[in-house]
Design a protein. Sequence first.
Lengths: 472, 250
Amino acid sequence: MIDWINVFISIFIPTTLGYIILSILINKKINSLMKISLSYGLGMGVLAIWMLFIAIIGLRFNIITIKMPLILLILSLSLRLFIRRKYCRPSTKNLPATTLFSISNVKYYVSTHITKTILYTILLCYIAHNIFFVFWQATNIPIYTWDALATIAFKAKIFFFEGKLPNLNLLPHKTYPLLVPFLETWVAINLGHWDDQLIKIIFPYAFISFLGIFYSFLKIYTNRLWALIGSSILLSSNLFVYHATISYRDFFLMYYNCSTIILLLLWDKTKSPSILLLSSLFAGFATFTKLEGTAFLPILLLFFLLIILRQNYPIKKKIKQIIIFTIPATSICLSYHIYKITHNVIKSDKTVFDFTLSKLLLFPHIIIVFLRNMFLSSNWSIVWIVFFISLLRLKENIYNKKTALSIIFVILLFFTEYALVALFTANYVWIAGDLNMMGLSRLLLHFYPLSVLTIILLAGSPYIDKTHQNNY
Amino acid sequence: MEQNKLKNHSFLFYEYLIYTTVATISLFTFFLIIKTMPIPLDVFLSKMLTRLYIPSQNICIPPQIGELNIQIFWCFFIIFLSLTSFLLYKILKNNGKNVSFPKIINNICVAYILIIALLQQISRDNFLRKQFHYLKGKTTQEKYISIAPSFYHYVEEVKNLVKGRHTATLLTDKKQDKDPYMFFHRALSYYLYPTISFRYKNNSKEDSIILFYKKNPLNYIPKEYKLIFASPDYNFIVAIKKDVLNDRLD
């Protein structure tokens, strides 16, 4: 029982910190579900960076160095928030009160929309069952998977028992970023002992958190039903659900990578600089999750530039937005890479590019391997097939076409990047070579939710009558 | 008015006719496919309800129905659904409805994913129930004995025998860059840490030896080392320097 209380504390502290930072940054521009969901990712990211900072200045990992400063930060930020709310009360009073749940409303809805109610119930039961599935699997099966034993959980165990970040050169896979091992260490520190099951608690929470972000985003662009359908389709991927139960870094990379894209799209809609800042932080956290995160940064930057080019802002404002997005993300990214350089952690051979033209002949094979994984593995249900079919709707004049096109553009960039990495680096063997079974599925997971977003944005989008086009 | 009624009536009739035909063809084709496979229908159905969630490290393995990957089966139905969608589109279009083929096929496919998702969920639920019954009431160590490689219970014994923390050299004849020994090597390292550390060496002196799948292992234990543990098949042996052991006793 005491262990569960400590586990709860290890989740509660970073999430609260994330929530307070979000409340200061964004206030009322996003809905509560999205705000709580984002709080988890933000809080965990801040915690991991804080642990890196502690390591850089040579302090040990313990309650005093990690927990106490976080609690103090929460208290001071809460005070600031309280004071700000106290003096800004008139503006918040004007906001309409929203009722989340009322029995009379539900009764009325059920009686008038019986078919929809049945559908809602089925979808909600499906989602709830999956949440239970992920929680049970993650917290009842000890660490047994390859990468977890070899790298992620092993590093976390070392950090916990050594009480510090040792010289990176002594660690296995010394170049790998440390967000997930740090978070597992944090849970163990809160527990006071090493638990091969409970340290995985961060994964089911990341699962729920991402589901919340995904649902809230779809609800903004479509409606509640399509958002629920989208969330259910997201969970139809076996690999997505499976990775939320094992101690791999890919789920967290997917979380930060896709959340960044979602936040950039939201920023495009709301034009709020704080959402842009948040997306930048998430892009930075992605770089501290896996090395691929650093490779994703140029893609995210390109996507951001695409959005900014479409906006009719004066050049001064555009430069300000570029600074808001690039500085936090690159700072987080560089902080760890500089730390590695200063500690003589040499880069891996896997990242060395060899631009031999004859390698281009491998391109068709790479495409076939990608398609085989997308269509014939049991990883993605039939999501990728339906994704390609849904592209037919791009011919039409539909409401979410612009957003869907933006997402398709990013998906294409991810495919291109992985294809290029396979073609011109030693990573070929993991992506399209003999060992593609080990690597490719995980690479596709990093942007898989974007395919579901596209399907739902296109399927759930109303057709625009040309005569009323100007209304949109 | 009367003409419109007739038109609507004929539309409903044709719609009904086409759906029935499509359903019959689909059922007929479905049974034809199963007939060509060397497995009975009940086995097929049980596979459909229990084998749609088979995670294995980095991939979820699709079940094979006869010689056929189940994903091919789903793809076949997508083609079939495209045909149905096109027919539906033609019927609605002919009856003056403002519809688009992409929208129909998109929505039908979305419904199709949800049906597959529900089927998969039965498999996930079965998977969960099996694991629940298998692991119910077990401690983490007992669970590991059930799911980890067979040498795990030796690791537990070593952890009980050895006091303090040690740094070891691992000697093995097996290649550490090929599975299963590559995995065994990593797993052993994880399980033994922090009692005995051989993959992470924190600049401390090596004071122990682990002999893992080594031929004539006893020949590799130097005189100043004491054998602490040996598995019955001698594939897993731990020896620690005598002076370190004496220090600990003092």
